[in-house]
Design a protein around this ligand. Structure first.
Ligand SMILES: [Zn+2]
Length: 247
């Protein structure tokens, strides 16, 4: 059986699907992969230092100037979901219970209509005051070079997980992955801990869960999966959808 037919079959047989998504999921929406040749890491020095909990505490005003430049925050509102995001929404419409575990901070899964999204690395859409807990949205953040809480004047903190910060919903993600019939990893090179531990955890805790990876290139984790499809997300999911609808 070819790989597309195999995946279509497994999707049909699954009631519960956990989907792990990475930067490759959003590149087709025009958002660069931070680790790619033209990504943030290639363009900026000391990314992990300036985007850290430590640097936010040390110099929050300069932190914000750099943070905004690195993430081109103003543009963020303009990106739209692509066929990959819409495919996951469609799985829900088919009646599947879908939990999305995403490393992306762009909010595109929610924009596409997926209802159960765990944003493991947080979101760019909001910021929170560390003193009083007041929340602010992207338009507020964009209106101020250094956004300060309107209630207490503290410089707010973005709701993304910074380097040196905890990944707060990790246990929930592990549990959802292990409880699924199918774990589908899409557009992730599985280089970043602790997220890249999910396939190992599933293999140990839930041997019956089928594990599939769709990625443009080979990863060091390929051997952990029952099925690996090399290809772009949009093209691959279009073929899978066609296959599911044909049967
Ligand atoms: Zn405040």
């Amino acid at each position: 059986m070819d790989k597309i037919r195999q995946l279509a079959q497994w999707i049909k047989e699954a009631n519960t699907i956990a989907v792990l998504t990475g930067a490759g999921m959003s590149t087709e929406s025009g958002i660069p992969d931070f680790r790619s040749e033209n990504g943030l890491y290639a363009q900026e020095d000391h990314v992990e230092y300036y985007l850290s909990e430590h640097y936010y505490k040390k110099d929050p005003a300069d932190f914000w100037r750099r943070f905004k430049r690195m993430f081109s925050l103003k543009m963020m509102g303009g990106f739209a979901p692509n066929d990959g995001h819409r495919f996951l929404r469609w799985l829900e419409e088919m009646g599947k219970t879908v939990t999305i575990l995403t490393q992306n901070i762009d909010g595109l899964h929610t924009k596409a209509g997926s209802t159960n999204v765990i944003e493991l690395h947080g979101t760019l859409q909001t910021a929170t005051c560390p003193s009083c807990g007041n929340k602010y949205d992207l338009s507020f953040i964009n209106r101020h070079e250094v956004p300060r809480c309107e209630k207490c004047q503290t410089i707010v903190k973005p709701d993304v997980v910074l380097f040196g910060g905890l990944v707060p919903r990790m246990e929930e993600a592990f549990a959802a992955a292990a409880a699924s019939d199918l774990l589908l990893a899409m557009g992730t090179s599985l280089e970043v801990a602790p997220v890249n531990q999910i396939p190992f955890y599933v293999a140990a805790e839930s041997p019956a869960t089928r594990k599939v990876l769709i990625n443009k290139t080979a990863t060091r984790m390929d051997g952990m999966f029952d099925l690996v499809i090399y290809g772009g997300i949009g093209k691959t999911v279009a073929s899978v959808r066609k296959q599911i609808q044909a049967e």
